[in-house]
Design a protein. Sequence first.
Length: 144
Amino acid sequence: MCLADGFQKWIFLILFMQATILYLKVKRMSVKQVSLRRINTLFQLAKEAIHTNPKLAQRYVDLAMRIAMRTRLHVPEDLRHLVCRHCKSFILPGGGCRVRIQPKREAHLVMTCLVCGRHMRIPLKGGKRIADIEDESPYKAGND
């Protein structure tokens, strides 16, 4: 009888541990979803505040990056390119950085941070030709 009671206790303990692990996984997923939503919101606020208050925009980006580090979450690629890899400042094309398209070697985008002066190269995927990129550009003359 004593052996059966001990066996039931072990089964209960194992089932309790599995339920706890499942609860923690669900909780971690919801934390990551909330964190990603907050990161997107902070970057959106930074884009709106960059021209009126650059220090506030930088603070928003610092908070977003800190949230991503704390939750061990990757910042989406389109938002990651808005932060200088070297000085971690918020660089919005046309404001805090200079953007050039280079056709040499493989076509790539060169973003020059106007705060620290360093370059960041982003390869253009799919081997796009420069003429194709210029046709897609929203800044092309006549697209008003």
